[in-house]
Design a protein. Structure first.
Length: 498
C-alpha cells in the first residue's frame, strides 16, 4: 500500500515515531493508501526548515518570487489531469468537479504573479519642510495553513501561493482524508524553482494541529473547516500571539422570489445543492421559497433532483460521487431521519441508494425536504451532504429576517428579475458573499473570500487584497536629510508639520 509522507526541507520524510492513518477510495469503500500522522517533533522540524529558508527567501526580490509563481502556474496547468484524478480518487468528487477545483486554485497563483504590483507601497513628498514619508509591507516569517478535505488543492492554493509570494515560508497541514495531492504540489514547487524549506507539508490529525497552534516560531495561521474547530483554532493560536484567519461553517440560503425564472433557478439550485455531494462550504443547503414561488419551484427542483446521476468520481456520466467516509454517510442519513421525524416532508429520498459495481462505496442519493421549519436540525446544523431543505416564507422581508437570524453568514443568493429586490437584498443581508442569480458566489482571486458571523474568525478574509495584507505587516518611514550644520529644526514639543 502506498505511503504518503511529510515534505520537509525539500524531501520526503517519514518522521521519528510515525503513526499512520488510512486514506480511502470512497467509491470502493476501501483503503488505498496510508498517510503518516505527524508528531510535535515533525511539526518542529518543518518549522525549523521554514525558519532557516526564510532568512534568504524573505530577502529575495519580488521579481524572483514572481518568476517562481509564473513557473508554478504553468506546471499546475500541465499537471491538471493528474491532479484531478488524484483528488477524485481520494475525495470521491467527479473528475470534472476536481478539475474545476484545480482551475479555481490556479487563479490565485495567477493573481500573485503580479506580486511586484501588489506589494507596492505609498509615498508622500514634503509632508513637512524637507521631510518625506513612505510606507511598505514586509513578510511575517513562518506561516501555516490547516485545510479541509472538501477542497484538497483549491483551499491550500488560497493560502500558500499568497504567503510565499509575499516572502513568507509555509507549513501546510492538509486533511488526512485526502492528502495525496499536497505531495504532488510540493514536487511542482521544486520544479518551479522554489528553494528547499520554503514550502513544507506535515500530515496529521489533532496532534499536528495543536503543535502548529502552539509553536512559538509560527507567526500566523490560516484555517478552513467547521465553525467549532475554527473558533478553537482562532482562540488557541491567538492566545500565543499569532495572527489568525479561521473560516468556519455555513448554512447558505438561496432566496427565490415569485418573479424569478423558476426553471433557471431550479437548474442552479440542484447543481449548487448536490454538486460534490453537497460537501462544499459554499453549497446551497437551504432554499427559501417566497410566496407563490413555492409550489411550482419545488415541483421543478424535485424533478431535477431525481435526475441527478450518482456514480464513482471516475465515471464520466456521473454528476455526483460518494461522500468522503462511511462516518459522513451515516451522519447525513441520521439528519434525514431526524428531519422526517420532526415533520419535514421527504419529497425525494436518497436513502438506500446503491451504485452498480460499488456496493461498499460511501454513496447516498440526493434528498429534498420540504416544509422545513427553522428549529429543525436539518436547518440549524451544517449537514455537509446532498440534502436540500426548503423553507416557505410569505415575503422578502420574512426571507431577510430568516437569513439574518441564522448564526452563519458565509454565502447567500437571491433569484429575481427585479433590480430593486436585488439591490435591497445585497444591502440588507448579513452575509459576506452574495450572489444575484448566482447560487455559488465564490469571488474571483482578485477579490477576497470570507463570511460573516460564525463563518469567520479573524480580521482578514482569504486571498485577494486581504490575503496580501494578512501575510504582511506594514512599516511607515518618515525621513529628513538635513544639511550637516542644521540644528534649528529640533523640537522638544510634539512635532507638527510646517
Amino acid at each position: 500500500m502506498r505511503t504518503i509522507e511529510h515534505w520537509i526541507g525539500g524531501k520526503s520524510v517519514t518522521g521519528e515515531s510515525p503513526r499512520y492513518g488510512e486514506v480511502f477510495d470512497p467509491a470502493a469503500g476501501a483503503p488505498q493508501a496510508q498517510v503518516v500522522l505527524g508528531t510535535p517533533d515533525d511539526v518542529d522540524g518543518a518549522v525549523k526548515a521554514a525558519r532557516e529558508a526564510f532568512g534568504s527567501w524573505g530577502q529575495s526580490s519580488v521579481t524572483a518570487r514572481a518568476r517562481v509563481m509564473f513557473a508554478f502556474r504553468e506546471l499546475l496547468e500541465q499537471a491538471e489531469d493528474d491532479l484531478a484524478k488524484l483528488i477524485s480518487s481520494e475525495h470521491g468528487k467527479t473528475l470534472e468537479d476536481a478539475r474545476g477545483e484545480v482551475v479555481r486554485g490556479r487563479e490565485v497563483v495567477e493573481f500573485v504573479c503580479g506580486i511586484p504590483q501588489l506589494l507596492k507601497g505609498e509615498y508622500s513628498d514634503q509632508v513637512s519642510t524637507g521631510v518625506d514619508s513612505h510606507s511598505f509591507r514586509q513578510p511575517l516569517g513562518v506561516v501555516a495553513g490547516i485545510t479541509p478535505f472538501n477542497f484538497p488543492i483549491m483551499v491550500p492554493l488560497w493560502m500558500h501561493p499568497v504567503a510565499i509570494a509575499c516572502g513568507n515560508t509555509f507549513v501546510l497541514k492538509p486533511s488526512e482524508r485526502d492528502p495525496g495531492v499536497s505531495e504532488l504540489v510540493a514536487q511542482l514547487y521544486v520544479d518551479a524553482g522554489l528553494p528547499d524549506g520554503v514550502f513544507n507539508v506535515v500530515h496529521g490529525d489533532k496532534v499536528a494541529v495543536d503543535a502548529i497552534l502552539d509553536h512559538p516560531d509560527i507567526d500566523a495561521v490560516s484555517f478552513v473547516g467547521s465553525t467549532p474547530i475554527a473558533r478553537y483554532v482562532h482562540d488557541r493560536a491567538a492566545a500565543t500571539g499569532k495572527r489568525v484567519q479561521a473560516l468556519g461553517g455555513a448554512k447558505n440560503h438561496a432566496v427565490v422570489m415569485p418573479d424569478a425564472d423558476l426553471d433557471f433557478a431550479a437548474d442552479h439550485l440542484v447543481a449548487a445543492g448536490y454538486g460534490s455531494a453537497g460537501q462544499r462550504c459554499m453549497a446551497i443547503s437551504a432554499v427559501v421559497a417566497v410566496g407563490q414561488a413555492a409550489d411550482p419551484l419545488i415541483e421543478k427542483v424535485a424533478q431535477r433532483t431525481r435526475e441527478v446521476r450518482v456514480g464513482a468520481g471516475s465515471d464520466p456520466d456521473a454528476q455526483m460521487g460518494p461522500v468522503v467516509t462511511s462516518v459522513a454517510r451515516d451522519r447525513i442519513l441520521g439528519y434525514i431521519g431526524d428531519g422526517e421525524a420532526a415533520g419535514a416532508e421527504v419529497v425525494v429520498d436518497g436513502r438506500g441508494l446503491t451504485v452498480d459495481g460499488h456496493a461498499d462505496g460511501f454513496f447516498l442519493g440526493t434528498t429534498l425536504l420540504d416544509r422545513v421549519s427553522p428549529e429543525m436540525t436539518v436547518y440549524t446544523d451544517e449537514i455537509f451532504g446532498p440534502v436540500l431543505v426548503v423553507l416557505r416564507v410569505p415575503t422578502l422581508d420574512a426571507a431577510l429576517e430568516l437569513v439574518n437570524a441564522n448564526p452563519y453568514g458565509n454565502g447567500t443568493a437571491v433569484f429575481t428579475n427585479s433590480g430593486e429586490v436585488a439591490r435591497r437584498f445585497q444591502r440588507d443581508v448579513s452575509v459576506g458573499m452574495i450572489g444575484v442569480n448566482v447560487p455559488i458566489p465564490v469571488p474571483m482571486a482578485f477579490h477576497s473570500f470570507g463570511g460573516w458571523k460564525d463563518s469567520m474568525f479573524g480580521d482578514h478574509h482569504v486571498h485577494g487584497p486581504e490575503g496580501i495584507r494578512f501575510y504582511t505587516r506594514a512599516k511607515v518611514v518618515t525621513s529628513r536629510w538635513p544639511h550637516v550644520s542644521e540644528d534649528t529644526l529640533a523640537q522638544f514639543n510634539f512635532p507638527t508639520a510646517r
